[in-house]
Ligand binder design. Structure first.
Ligand code: PMP
Length: 404
């Protein structure tokens, strides 16, 4: 069960006013808000234990190192990785994907095939296109139907012994579709391909078990999970992380450096060159604890209620059309009203204190599929309320009146 009053009291920003109106924050798919415990952990870090990690003998450095490594252990537990060193702390999903995409340059040959889907975020398209340019590999795309669900028969046809990699988001940021990743992973493995799942949009709503999924790589960003920006994870199976070359050279990622030859550090440090976002990593661990305390089953159940309520309510507005009507979806509603430009709707309801996202949501192929310039996207989190959905509805009715 969600104790909504208690939860809302944990998020100081929810008391803010925007344009003189109480903030109604419905842009959670872009980034989540942060509870006080996460904010406190960042302040505490800089106030009491700030120092560089992994290299100091002095006490503060050791305390900071322990706190940072404890966060890694929390993440290992949360994602159920077999080994803590399979959790690489990165700057976020985009960084994690680029580590893998760059690493595969030396592992692919001309004519090898890579599969992505129509509903990817640009950060799960562009790095693979760049990889194809470097290697001569070919990018294939799983199509989707009008509801925003992948066409699995087409996926079966794309798979062959030429397929080396499959990259897919667990949940689409623009549509909310939850993809059948277990089937995708199992079928890719049957032809010997590795799979990377982009969990940027799934992790705020569900708890992935990387061992049960048997996935090769799983990536996510802390900032969508009540944590800070600039930190994320790359989970990789040990065998894959050993096969991939380092992404960046620098301090922290070496065993020994001479001008003749440098040897690389063991996992996870091989992929963690330079001073990391120490406060961010620690706060990521605090955020994961916070969400687990609420419980992902409770979060999903409550968000599903919000989604059902909002879907029914918004569809009462004449001319409102929802894009992404998959049976299995998270609490995201992407829509347009008639032929009103999404930007105009977003700007008007912003004046009423309501924050939604408008545009292509870094998923232009989806917009091309529907032949629209973009959508208005309202995305709900476990700290949103039914009253906020009513406020969104009222604001949309007003916007529609003004713009029609
Ligand atoms: N993939 C998906 C599905 C996303 O929604 C996002 C963020 N909008 C990203 C990747 C990129 O995440 P980040 O900007 O945190 O690197």
């Amino acid at each position: 069960m969600i104790d909504i009053d208690k939860i809302r009291a944990d998020f100081p920003i929810l008391k803010e006013k925007v344009n003189g109106k109480p903030l109604v924050y419905l842009d959670n798919a872009a980034t989540s808000q942060k509870p006080q415990v996460v904010i406190d952990s960042i302040v505490n870090y800089y106030t009491t234990i700030n120092s560089n990690i992994h290299r100091g003998v002095h006490t503060l450095s050791q305390v900071a190192t322990d706190a940072y490594e404890e966060a890694r252990l929390k993440l290992q537990q949360h994602f159920n990785a077999k080994k803590s060193y399979e959790i690489i702390l990165t700057a976020g999903t985009t960084h994690s994907i680029n580590i893998v995409a760059t690493g595969f340059t030396s592992l692919l040959n001309k004519g090898d095939e890579i599969i992505v889907s129509t509903m990817e975020h640009h950060s799960n398209i562009v790095p693979w296109q760049m990889l194809c340019e470097r290697t001569g590999a070919i990018l294939k795309v799983i199509p989707m139907n009008y509801e925003g669900e992948l066409l699995m028969d087409a996926y079966d046809e794309l798979l062959s012994e030429k397929t080396k990699l499959v990259f897919l988001n667990h949940v689409s940021n623009a549509l909310g579709t939850i993809n059948p990743i277990q089937e995708i992973i199992d079928k890719a493995h049957a032809v010997g391909a590795a799979v990377l799942i982009d969990g940027a949009q799934s992790c705020p709503h569900l708890k992935p078990d990387v061992q049960a999924l048997n996935v090769d790589f799983y990536v996510a960003s802390a900032h969508k999970l009540c944590g800070p920006t600039g930190v994320g994870i790359l989970y990789g199976k040990e065998e894959w992380l050993n096969k991939l070359p380092p992404y960046q050279g620098g301090g922290e990622m070496i065993k020994q450096v001479t001008f003749e030859k440098t040897t690389y550090a063991d996992l996870p440090h091989k992929f963690e060159a330079g001073t990391p976002n120490i406060a961010g990593g620690i706060a990521f661990g605090v955020a994961i604890d916070y969400m687990n305390e609420i419980g992902f089953d409770n979060i999903a159940a409550y968000e599903n209620e919000l989604l059902a309520y909002a879907t029914k309510k918004l569809l009462q507005i004449e001319g409102l059309k929802i894009y992404g009507t998959a049976k299995n979806k998270t609490s995201v509603i992407s829509f347009n009203i008639g032929d009103i430009h999404p930007f105009d709707i977003g700007s008007i309801i912003d004046k009423l204190g309501i924050a939604v996202r408008t545009g292509h949501h870094c998923a232009q192929p989806i917009m091309a599929f529907y032949n629209i310039p973009g959508t208005v996207r309202a995305s709900f989190s476990f700290y949103n309320t039914f009253e906020e959905i009513d406020a969104l509805y009222d604001a949309l009715v007003r916007a529609k009146m003004m713009l029609s």
